[in-house]
Design a protein around this ligand. Structure first.
Ligand code: PEP
Ligand code: MN
Length: 354
């Protein structure tokens, strides 16, 4: 076949594509008008299987090929499905966090680490703020690595009421001092809606923990401050629950939300939780928000932190959270899973620096 002939066929195909496009959109308009007409008659559902079957029969009868009926039916079913979606008041279309609402990635700047910009960013720090010295030692390690953010819990949601509950606002004050001294941004968990506004004075990022992912009053309060939020996935939350929790925050005006996959409860006991690694690309497809992975709480195992972080970044995570403590053996919480400084160096060399 001559090059000229090929060019001509291609340009005809382009023309046909545009004709199909016009027709599909024309069909879409008709479908919308049909839905409106049905609504005016009080009909409450758009999907009508009998009508769909009749339409497919008519199409099959008139199909002259070269496509087989099965192929044609498949294509038309897709077109019908898209039409139905156009008719439905699909709630996910309306979500502010949805990619359908906003296609561009939301980028959240935390002390120069731009979550969502395509490069990985890191949040390291102890599970809990225990003392100024303890946090300062970790801050020094973080700063020496050129990193920008430290984490540490001051309000610790512990399974047992007899376990260390955190230093509360005294802990936040320590974090604030460290932030100023080392030039780091601080992330810390807040558990009470009434603390959110005051805590915002101390923190650069407010964390909402897994146990509070559906604390709707807390989510609403977080939506009313002008601070980025790290929202962790509840341990029994579906992706849809998680997205709706983020929507609570966004709906109150705060769109600066970093989603954090931190593992879910399953029957598997070899890790503390089961890291739902595919939640990362799903969340990135469904929402425009940055998504990070907490490798510490998801695995609960020091030996899995590096491979889990590599997997998370490979699958498209915007960042990693992991716990670091000067002496994990004596840590007041999560002693089993925090990295010491040697392990932190190794993590840095294998994951961050690459
Ligand atoms: C934490 O990050 O300190 C924490 C308690 O994690 P999670 O809420 O994911 O259990
Ligand atoms: Mn912890």
């Amino acid at each position: 076949m001559s090059k000229a002939k090929l060019e001509q066929l291609r340009s005809e195909l382009d023309k046909v594509n545009l004709e199909i496009l016009e027709l599909i959109n024309k069909r879409g308009e008709l479908v919308k008008q049909t839905a409106q007409a049905k609504e005016n008659h009080g009909a409450d559902k758009n999907y009508d299987p009998v009508r769909e079957r009749d339409m497919l029969e008519l199409i099959k009868k008139n199909n002259t090929g070269p496509f087989k009926n099965a192929t044609i039916i498949h294509l038309f079913k897709e077109i019908f499905k898209a039409g139905l979606e156009l008719q439905e008041k699909d709630h996910t279309n309306d979500l502010l966090v949805s990619r359908k609402h906003k296609n561009d990635n939301t980028i959240i700047d935390v002390n120069g680490a731009k979550f969502g910009d395509g490069a990985p960013h890191y949040i390291f720090g102890p599970c809990a703020v225990e003392s100024y010295e303890q946090v300062a030692q970790v801050a020094e390690q973080i700063k020496n690595k050129g990193l920008k953010i430290i984490r540490g819990g001051a309000f610790k949601p512990r399974t047992s009421p007899y376990d260390f509950q955190g230093l509360g606002f005294d802990g936040l004050k320590i974090l604030k001092e460290i932030a100023d001294e080392f030039g780091l941004a601080v992330v810390s968990e807040i558990v009470s809606p009434s603390d959110v506004e005051k805590a915002a004075e101390y923190l650069d990022v407010i964390q909402i923990g897994a146990r509070n992912m559906q604390n709707f009053e807390l989510l609403k309060a977080a939506g009313e401050v002008n601070k980025p939020i790290v929202l962790k996935r509840g341990m029994s939350a579906t992706v849809s629950d998680f997205i709706n929790a983020a929507e609570y925050i966004h709906s109150r005006g705060n769109g600066e939300i970093i989603l954090c996959e931190r593992g879910i409860r399953t029957y598997e006991t070899s890790t503390r939780n089961t890291l739902d690694i595919t939640a990362v690309p799903i969340l990135k497809q469904e929402t425009h928000l940055p998504v990070i992975v907490d490798v510490t709480h998801s695995t609960g195992r020091r030996d899995l932190l590096i491979p889990a972080a590599k997997a998370a970044l490979a699958i498209g995570a915007d960042g990693i959270m992991a716990e670091v403590h000067p002496d994990p053996a004596v840590a007041l919480s999560d002693a089993q899973q925090q990295m010491d400084f040697d392990q932190f160096d190794q993590f840095y060399n294998e994951v961050v620096k690459k």
